[in-house]
Design a binder for this molecule. Structure first.
Ligand code: SAH
Length: 364
C-alpha cells in the first residue's frame, strides 16, 4: 500500500507506555518538549479526543503533524438501543465491516460495560447466538479498549466503572490483545479502572487462565461451567473435548484469586437436583462463587429458560451444600442483549470463516 494512511501508526494499538515512548521520539525529533507526549497520551484514553484536531491544548501545527504521522481511529456506531430497564446495547462496525456488540448495564452507582473480544466466536456453545455466527476474526487492542473509549466520547458521555469480557468472543483465545487491553483498562494513563472491577470470562482456556494468573494485578476470572459433568458439558460446549472439566477445575484451583462459575440455567437440561449437587462439589473443590444466569431466550436455539422459582430452588440447594451463590438478574431482554443477539438481528448469520471446533489459541 502506498497511500499516506497506511504508513501512519495507530496510537490506540499501543499500550499507554509504548505510545508515550513513540510520541516522545516524535516530539524530540521536532525539537518539542517532552511533556507534549504526556499531553497526547492523556487524550488517547483517559480524556479521549475525537481526533487530533480536538487536542486544542496543542498548537495547530503540531495537531496537523500528529495527524500526518499517526492515527487514532474511532469505532463506527451502527446501532444503539435502550432497554426499559436502562440497559443499553451498542453495535459497532469495524473498518472491515465486521460488527461487534457492547452492552452498558447500570446498577446503582455502577455502570458495567460488557465488551467483545472477537468478531464472532469459534466455540459454538449450543445456546449462544455468537457461536451460531461462527468465528470471524480476533479484535485488536484499539477495537476492544475502543469500546470503552467510545462510551466516553458519547454526548453525554457514559462513565464506565466496571468491565466484563462477556460480549462476543472468547477473550482467552485472543490473549495478546486482551493482555494489552487489561493494561489500558487498569493503568492510570489508560482508563484507571480498578483490577477488581475487571472480569475476564472464559470457557476455560487453560493457557489463557495461566497467563491471566501471572499478571500481578487482581483481575477477576469467571469460568463458564454450564454443566457439572463432562457428558453433559460436551453436548453444550464442544470445547469441553479440548479442556475437560477436571482440567478446568485444576486451573481454577491454581488461580491465586477467587473464581466465579457461570452457570446458565437451561430448562430440563442442567437444572435437576443432581446437577446442583454435582455443581456444588466442583465449586467447593476450588472455592468458587457460583453465578446462576437465567437463559436469555432470544436466539438461544431451542432451549427454554428454567422457571425463576426453579432457579431459586437450585440456588437453595447449592447454599445448603455450603456454596456461595447469586442469581444474576436478566437485563435488556427487550433489546436482545445477550451475547451476539443484536448483531444476528441486524446483520444476519454470516457463514463462519473458520468453523473448526476448538479455534485457535493465541497466548503471548
Ligand atoms: N467466551 C466467554 C465470554 C463470552 S459469553 C465465555 O463463554 O465465558 C459470556 C457469558 O454469556 C457466558 O457465560 C455465556 O455462556 C453466556 N451466554 C451466552 N449466551 C447466553 C444466553 N442466551 N443467555 C444467557 N447467557 C448466555
Amino acid at each position: 500500500m502506498t497511500d499516506a494512511t497506511s504508513r501512519r501508526e495507530n496510537l490506540l494499538d499501543l499500550d499507554p507506555a509504548a505510545a508515550e515512548e513513540r510520541l516522545r521520539a516524535f516530539f524530540a525529533s521536532r525539537g518539542e518538549p517532552a511533556y507534549r507526549a504526556k499531553q497526547v497520551v492523556r487524550r488517547l484514553w483517559s480524556a479521549p479526543a475525537a481526533d487530533f484536531a480536538a487536542i486544542t491544548e496543542l498548537p495547530i501545527a503540531l495537531r496537523r503533524a500528529l495527524d500526518e504521522a499517526f492515527t487514532m481511529p474511532r469505532l463506527e456506531l451502527a446501532a444503539r438501543q435502550k432497554s426499559t430497564d436502562g440497559t443499553e446495547k451498542f453495535l459497532f462496525r469495524m473498518a472491515d465491516g465486521q460488527g461487534i456488540e457492547t452492552v452498558a448495564i447500570p446498577e446503582g452507582n455502577r455502570l458495567t460495560l460488557c465488551i467483545s473480544s472477537q468478531a464472532g466466536c469459534a466455540l459454538q456453545c449450543a445456546f449462544c447466538a455468537t457461536g451460531a455466527m461462527g468465528f470471524q476474526r480476533n479484535l485488536k487492542l484499539h477495537e476492544i479498549a475502543g469500546q470503552v473509549r467510545e462510551m466516553k466520547l458519547l454526548d453525554p458521555p457514559l462513565d464506565v466503572t466496571n468491565i466484563v469480557f462477556m460480549g462476543m468472543g472468547e477473550p482467552l483465545m485472543n490473549w495478546k490483545a486482551v493482555d494489552a487491553t487489561l493494561t489500558v483498562l487498569n493503568s492510570p494513563d489508560g482508563f484507571g479502572i480498578g483490577a477488581r472491577h475487571i472480569t475476564v470470562s472464559t470457557v476455560g482456556v487453560l493457557p489463557g487462565i495461566i497467563a491471566l494468573g501471572e499478571r500481578p494485578e487482581q483481575f477477576r476470572l469467571a469460568i463458564s461451567i454450564h454443566a457439572p459433568t463432562d457428558d453433559l458439558r460436551q453436548t453444550l460446549m464442544p470445547v469441553n473435548t479440548k479442556y475437560p472439566l477436571a482440567d478446568v477445575i485444576e486451573a481454577a484451583k491454581a488461580f491465586d484469586r477467587r473464581v466465579t462459575f457461570e452457570y446458565v440455567m437451561l430448562g430440563g437440561v442442567n437444572d435437576r437436583l443432581e446437577d446442583a449437587l454435582n455443581l456444588a462439589r466442583l465449586a467447593k473443590e476450588c472455592r468458587a462463587f457460583v453465578n446462576l444466569i437465567p437463559l436469555h431466550p432470544g436466539g438461544s436455539m431451542g432451549f427454554t429458560p428454567t422457571p425463576s422459582e426453579a432457579i431459586v430452588r437450585f440456588a437453595r440447594e447449592l447454599r445448603r451444600e455450603g456454596v456461595e451463590v447469586a442469581v444474576r438478574k436478566s437485563r435488556g431482554k427487550d433489546i436482545a442483549a445477550a451475547c451476539g443477539q443484536l448483531r444476528v438481528e441486524r446483520l444476519g448469520r454470516r457463514a463462519p470463516r473458520v468453523a473448526q471446533q476448538n479455534g485457535h489459541v493465541e497466548v503471548a
